[in-house]
Design a protein around this ligand. Structure first.
Ligand SMILES: [Zn+2]
Length: 398
């Protein structure tokens, strides 16, 4: 079946993929790999593997031709409505997956691997899509993308696990439960790690107190390892919540029957959220996903535009404008803020803002240059109404 690739590669080369190469690994830039081409291939063979992905690269991104054939036979035999595409698509495999489903001839579940290790999926619309249920797909993908031992697994192993779980709903539920309870244990362990890490600190402080009468005490800063542990646990919890919630928005967008303009707004916000979640590296990105889902929710329910706190969209309470001085400048601006942040601003205390940890040191997200962050450029949408468009056109990171 994989032989069907030969004419495909030929047609891509004809399309102008650069110097013609006789080997099947002739490099084909991903911009010309259209979802249409992949959909046409999947109509005859349930596994599409881009020629580059048979060749060099580490084990997490390649799939041998022999394995592709085996996978294809397995799908035909055991999971006839599941399709797999291993592509070079960067950044937005989820929106490409949606495009693929829209162009596919048959209904089913389409698993797509982009340039990274994450496996994403898109399903045909409609409650009667054949094959595994959307819940099973969601749980299987959460396990393969989130389970710690899978982070270093080969693409082979990752796809095998997904197919095992798609074929067995109970196993998918069991593994998903285990993943969730594992993260509980992870949190307990994190706490222990924090306490153990903090022990020398406590000893130091006690020692310092005893010496206080003799010499001035230097303030001992909190160990960075302690802070890191707490922050990464919080980040992973946030990510897990979003991975859990995103598919339900997708289903609601797909089944939405209201006015076309609202449907388009909801779809755009959902697409933007999915795209950012695929590449989120940092809490500031994950908070952005939540904001985009709030915009999706507003479009679906005809609710008002979400009003978030400028400093951290997760803050609760009634938002009201507060004047903010631009440091070292006579200029000031007005931003919406929650009661706590307004109190801080009035007391000249920096409010607790979302931190961008991708800089040299954690920085309030709004201090990142606007051209490098859609969040900073729009204050998570509180300062400019075009957050969704910016993310879709240029990505969250400019
Ligand atoms: Zn606030």
């Amino acid at each position: 079946m994989i032989r069907a690739l030969a004419p495909l590669v030929l047609s891509l080369l004809v399309l102008g993929a650069g110097p013609a190469s006789a080997s099947p690994g002739g490099s084909v830039p991903d911009r010309i790999l259209s979802p249409v081409v992949v959909a046409e291939h999947l109509a005859v063979d349930p596994v599409y593997v881009h020629p580059d992905r048979h060749l060099d690269g580490d084990r997490s991104t390649i799939l041998s031709e022999a394995r592709a054939v085996e996978l294809s036979e397995r799908l035909t035999r055991e999971l006839p409505h599941v399709y797999v595409a291993v592509t070079p698509w960067q950044n937005a495999p989820r929106s490409m997956a949606t495009a693929l489903v829209n162009r596919a001839e048959t209904e089913g579940t389409y698993l797509v691997v982009g340039s990274g290790p994450t496996v994403v999926s898109a399903r045909s619309d409609g409650a009667r899509t054949p094959g595994p249920s959307s819940d099973t797909v969601r749980m299987a993908l959460a396990v393969v993308n989130e389970r710690p031992d899978m982070a270093r697994a080969s693409l082979d192993d990752r796809l095998d696990l997904v197919l095992d779980l798609l074929g067995d709903e109970r196993a998918a539920a069991r593994e998903y439960e285990r993943l969730a309870s594992g993260s509980e244990q992870g949190r307990t362990v994190s706490l222990v790690v924090v306490l153990v890490a903090a022990l020398p600190l406590v000893v130091l402080v006690l020692w310092a107190l005893r010496r206080r009468a003799l010499r001035p005490v230097r303030v001992v800063p909190l160990s960075e390892a302690v802070v890191d542990t707490v922050e990464s646990a919080a980040r992973e919890e946030l990510r897990r919540d979003l991975v859990r919630d995103l598919p339900s928005y997708g289903r609601r967008v797909a089944g939405f029957e209201g006015p076309r303009s609202r449907a388009a707004r909801a779809l755009a916000a959902y697409e933007a959220a999915g795209r950012v979640l695929d590449t989120a590296e940092d809490v500031s990105d994950l908070v952005g996903v939540r904001v985009l889902l709030d915009h999706c929710e507003a479009a679906l329910t005809a609710g008002p535009t979400p009003r978030h706190c400028f400093f951290d969209p997760r803050h609760q309470g009634v938002k009201a404008p507060v004047r903010l001085r631009v440091p070292a400048s006579p200029r000031a601006t007005t931003v919406p803020a929650c009661p706590d942040c307004r109190r801080d601003v009035r007391a000249h205390v920096p409010p607790k803002a979302v931190l961008d940890s991708l800089r040299d040191r954690p920085t309030p997200y709004y201090a990142v240059p606007a051209e490098e962050s859609a969040w900073a450029a729009t204050g998570y949408g509180t300062l400019a109404p075009d957050l969704v468009e910016r993310v879709l056109s240029g990505g969250a990171r400019g």
